[in-house]
Write a protein that binds this ligand. Structure first.
Ligand code: DI6
Ligand code: FE
Length: 410
């Protein structure tokens, strides 16, 4: 592709392209064979047949010949814990040597070791350690990333995590959505008092962080090893009272009715869902809650229970795909590989995987009005790929065919 002068103010026309618009209402990928995308400022003004681009626009636009390459919406990673300190490679090695979960925990492993590492890291160090993970996603055409807290577990350290997430978004041409995951694990100093800790999450930490503009959504980990549905409900009540949408780590290791709980709160998404049942799927469909598939965690912990993809299809539950990038169960910074895993391990189709990393991921973050498809009026978030067919984005493992990436017109 000829390198055109990238003046942000000039209208631009990406022509001679094949488009996967993912536009709602179009079949499958919303494919346009002889397509073009026209950009004015930060927004798309046309995405469709090249023949439909107004002459007057073409005459004044800087034109880029895409030489038949494919253009998709910029990819969206809608579930990450990429702001974290240190790593748990030692724990991984211990497990390979046959250590049980209990032995790893006794040796100081597990979530608490990541909490310790994050608390010990200064804000600059946390930023510096997290930036390469963000850059790895960006290199694959990701234009929007969600980032959760949840390794701080006290006000100062949750604030530090969310501030770093905001700073990462300011440091790169990428949209960052922050999620407060105070209800991730019980911090050691809580002395086993999970009700007391949830009260602090709901009535001290959340209001303070929300007031500082650091919280776009609230998440929780609903699991036997984490928090009960009743405790999660208390955190969700506080979120909705502040007008903040919720999402949930639901039914990952067991079925506590997490999917239905999320739906009851009108959650943007319920995530993991390996153990979700039909009642949960039906409730999610009725609430418009997105099912976020996280095959990287499934793979890494060698889970055997596959999430009920067929149930989600049958009930019309939208499905997204994300990395879950975290040091404990998914040290993964490739959304393309997550798509391959969703297809291989969960039998999702190419169209479902691509929609899951674009349109449905945008829906899971509440930003579908702004991004996630190639449609006029949306941010000009695009990825241009050196591929012959969209299936190649899902089919390959560990190969990155990104040719160019545009974030909000830049
Ligand atoms: N589910 C997970 O798989 C991770 N968090 C969560 O809520 C585990 C996080 C970790 O082990 O550090
Ligand atoms: Fe997660």
């Amino acid at each position: 592709m000829a390198s055109a002068p990238y003046d942000h103010g000039l209208p631009r026309l990406f022509r001679n392209a094949r488009l996967a618009t993912l536009a709602a209402g179009r079949e499958g990928l919303g494919t346009v064979e002889r397509g073009a995308v026209a950009i004015e400022g930060r927004r798309i003004v046309h995405a469709g047949p090249e023949a439909d681009v107004p002459q007057a626009f073409a005459a004044r636009a800087v034109t880029v010949d895409c030489e038949g390459r494919w253009i998709t919406p910029g990819l969206i990673d809608c579930h990450t814990h990429l702001v974290h300190a240190g790593n748990r490679a030692n724990e991984f090695e211990m497990r390979l040597d046959g250590a049980t979960y209990e032995k790893v925990a006794r040796a100081g492993g597990g979530i608490v070791s990541s909490v310790r590492a994050l608390r010990a890291a200064g804000e600059e160090a946390l930023f510096a350690q997290s930036l390469p993970r963000l850059d790895a996603l960006i290199a694959e055409g990701v234009t929007t990333v969600e980032m959760k807290s949840g390794y701080g577990l006290d006000l100062d350290n949750e604030r530090k995590s969310l501030r770093v997430a905001r700073r990462l978004g300011a440091a790169r041409n990428v949209t960052v959505r922050t999620t407060f995951l105070g209800a991730h694990a019980l911090p050691p100093e809580a002395g086993g008092d999970s009700d007391g800790y949830i009260a602090r999450v709901a009535h001290e930490m959340l209001p303070a962080l929300a007031k500082e503009g650091l919280v776009d959504a609230v998440d929780g980990f609903c699991e036997g090893i984490a928090f009960s549905p009743e405790q999660i409900a208390r955190a969700f009540d506080a979120a909705l009272a502040l007008g903040i949408p919720v999402k949930l780590h639901a039914d990952q290791l067991s079925n506590l009715g997490g999917a239905a709980l999320a739906a009851r709160y009108g959650a943007l998404s319920a995530d993991h869902l390996e153990h979700a049942d039909e009642a949960g799927a039906a409730a999610m469909a009725a609430a418009g809650t997105v099912a976020v598939m996280l095959p990287g965690a499934f793979y890494f912990i060698r889970e055997t229970k596959v999430p009920p993809v067929e149930l989600f299809r049958r009930h019309g539950v939208p499905m997204a795909v994300a990395t879950d990038c975290n040091p404990g169960t998914a040290p993964l910074t490739s959304l393309l590989l997550a798509m391959n895993m969703a297809a291989t391990l969960f039998r999702m189709t190419v169209a479902e995987c691509l929609a899951g990393a674009t349109r449905e991921a945008a829906r899971a973050l509440g930003v579908l009005a702004e991004t996630g498809t190639l449609e006029p009026g949306k941010w000009a978030d695009l990825a241009v790929w050196d591929i012959e067919s969209p299936a190649e984005l899902v089919y390959r493992m560990g190969f990155n065919p990104l040719h160019a990436r545009i974030w909000r017109g830049q």
